[in-house]
Structure formats: structure tokens, C-alpha cells
Design a protein around this ligand. Sequence first.
Ligand SMILES: *Cc1c(COP(=O)(O)O)cnc(C)c1O
Length: 221
Amino acid sequence: MSVTDNLKTIRAGVPAEVRLVCVSKFHPAELISEAYEAGERDFGESRAQELMQKVEILPKDIRWHFIGPLQSNKVKYVVPVAYMIQSVENEKLLNEIERIAAKHDKVQKVLLEVHIAQETSKHGFSEEELTQFFAEKMWQNYPHIEVCGLMGIATLTDDPEVTKAEFHTMRTLFDRIKNDYQLNSFTELSIGMSHDYPLAIAEGATIVRVGSAIFGQRIYQ
Ligand SMILES: *Cc1c(COP(=O)(O)O)cnc(C)c1O
């Protein structure tokens, strides 16, 4: 199956109001071009260096989503080119994004990553930290950051009940923050990957991040 064929299949199951981010990390620019030709404009990358190389050679109207663990010293490369940074996992990173975005006179869209999975290796704010962040109106400290919503990665499992429960937890948290604080920008819930995006859509995802189901298996060097 080609990228174009895969996209046809996937697009058929993604409602128009849900944003499909094509996760192109570790895949060559040619495959991104193929998806672009098929009409896709949102792409996801997880490494600063790779993102910068791709931005150089690919069309300027692509919206690049940064989705990987981001080190503070890489923020200066990512902010100038990222449409959205989805993987903001702590306040230290927010501080650095604020500093760099201010320099570039940019308001950087971000999602706060929530630690929902059982794996301790996963990153993100805990529910308690997030609750505190909003209760203390911490977003006001960041005039060059727009907090657009939440991102979560579910536990890697074949048990759909576990995945559903985690997505439901995210949805509940998202709704609660949205209702309690009425932030205009707070509209996005980014959950769901290749193996679980239909469940994520059923639980109210507004963004799904799909990689291997579009581009095939990644080859990690
Ligand atoms: C790699 C990655 C994806 C895409 O994973 P697939 O299983 O290939 O769809 C989605 N989200 C994040 C945060 C990722 O790192």
C-alpha cells in the first residue's frame, strides 16, 4: 500500500472536524511530499535536527507539530518553525519556550502533555500538577504562549478497555479545565495513534497523531 492509499483509508474514518497530524518522524521527505500532494498539511516530528532539515526542503505552508521529548537547549531551534509544540511536559520547558518565543515576537501554540499511561517511562504533567497549574492561573505567566489544550499517549497495550479508560480520563480532565477556566484558546485534545485513533475519536479527540499506519514502519538508526 502506498502513502496515498493509506491516507484514503484513514481519512475515511476521521471526521472533518478532527485534525489528522501525519507523524513523519524517521521517514524521508519524499514520503511527506506524497502525503502533501494528497492534501495533508499537518505533520508531526519528534527531533529538532530532523525537523529543521525537513522544514528547509518542504513546502512552507506545512504546519509542523513537535511531538517528541524536547530538551531545553533545543527549544531555540523548534520555536521558530513549529506551528504547535504538543509535548510540553513541565514548567521549565514553558519558561524556555516563553523566552525564545518572546525573542522571535511569536505566540507559540502548545499542548500540555499529560502523563496518563501506566508506563513510568512516559512523560508529562500529572493530573495533580495540571490541576494546580490551572488553579493558579499559571498560563498568565506566559504572554508568548497559547495553551491550546492537552496531549496524551496511552499505555502500549492490546487491551482496548485500558486504552478507552485512559482516553476517557483525558477527556474528563480536558472538559473540566475547559469548563472551569473558559480559556478561549483551550480547544484541543490530542490523543490517539495508529493503533488506537478510532478509540480516541470515539472518546472526543480533536487531534489524532498517526504515523506508521500512513508511512509504514519506522526504521530507527
Ligand atoms: C511516534 C508518535 C506517534 C505516531 O505513532 P504511530 O504508532 O506510528 O502512529 C504519535 N504520537 C507521538 C507522541 C509519537 O511519538
